[in-house]
Design a protein around this ligand. Structure first.
Ligand code: ATP
Ligand code: MG
Length: 281
């Protein structure tokens, strides 16, 4: 899907006639990755809580349609999911659930093979869900699946901003590079934001960003001929309390707000707010 068709380019999401700090609709941010299991769902849920604590109206949509697990991390047992909305069994309003942490979620079902392929029905339903939700929130986080499948790329195309989560492992970085390349070429993204999760040392993220940028500069250019820019949003350190929180199915930000990973997510929320939510233009 081209940018021209996506809600991110519609007036409600990016229109210029807005009061400073008061966007007309939600900023839609995709949280995605090349490799799986790098921390997208952890970041989405905890970033949502941190943004909500800052007074933002936040919704997280589980865009990992076939293999959803946001509900697991939040210890929610949804009766109604996006699948019910897509198939007309429930309304979207019924699918919006309050999550611990002061934000809303729309959850997806798991083990649904019908969402492993992008069909016109899924596209249209997804688009209509986003269009309906956009005016109601300040920010919508899309917790996407990993990789560069049609479904993942489509969900990312619905966002005006993309945040790639990567760990310092070479496999994760190789896959992050591949995902960024596809986003630059196929979606004509001029910039992509990077969160380095499970960082071993302070400064890891900056070094990784500049290494990846060098490779992108050499091998990837956007349609305009300009190289795609990688913007470093922050690092989250490797922290055993993250796993403990997931095991207890609790939000890290509520369980241990003072631990290093929670502090890093809070800092990330400040940066997201500053860079993306206070739109003065
Ligand atoms: N900063 C961290 N420190 C330690 N462990 C972490 C950290 N971030 C994530 N993890 C571990 O990685 C696991 C996977 O995280 P998560 O489910 O958020 O990844 P994901 O990218 O959403 O995976 P998938 O691609 O399957 O959707 C977590 O359950 C947690 O145990
Ligand atoms: Mg996930």
């Amino acid at each position: 899907m081209s940018d021209a068709q996506s809600p991110s380019s519609m007036p409600s999401a990016s229109g210029p006639v807005q009061q400073p700090g008061k966007p007309a609709g939600a900023r839609i941010i995709a949280i995605t990755s090349g490799k799986g299991g790098v921390g997208k769902t952890f970041v989405s849920a905890n970033l949502a809580a941190a943004l909500a604590r800052r007074g933002q109206r936040v919704l997280v949509l589980d865009a990992d349609l076939g293999l959803a697990n946001l509900d697991v991390v939040l210890n929610l047992h949804p009766k109604i999911t996006l699948h019910d909305v897509f198939t007309g069994k429930a309304t979207l309003d019924e699918a919006v659930i309050a999550a611990p942490g002061g934000f809303s979620v729309v959850l997806a079902g798991s083990g649904m093979v019908e969402y492993s392929r992008l069909t016109p029905e899924v596209r249209n339903q997804f688009l209509s869900v986003i269009e309906t939700l956009t005016p109601r929130y300040d920010v919508i986080l899309l917790d996407t699946g990993a990789g560069i499948s049609d479904v993942v790329l489509f969900s990312v195309s619905l966002a005006s901003e993309v945040m790639i989560v990567a760990t310092p492992e070479p496999t994760s970085l190789t896959d992050a590079y591949a995902a960024i390349k596809v986003l630059a070429v196929q979606q004509k993204r001029q910039h992509v934001r990077l969160i380095v999760n499970q960082a071993a040392r302070p400064g890891d993220g900056r070094a990784i960003t500049s290494q990846l940028q060098q490779v992108l500069d050499r091998f990837v250019s956007t349609e305009s001929g300009k190289p795609v820019r990688l913007l470093h949003m922050g690092d989250i350190p490797v922290d055993p309390t993250v796993r403990e929180a997931v095991m207890r199915r609790q939000l890290l930000l509520l369980q241990t707000p003072g631990c290093p990973a929670a502090l890093a997510v809070s800092q990330l929320a400040g940066k997201v707010e500053e860079a993306l939510l206070h739109r003065a233009q």
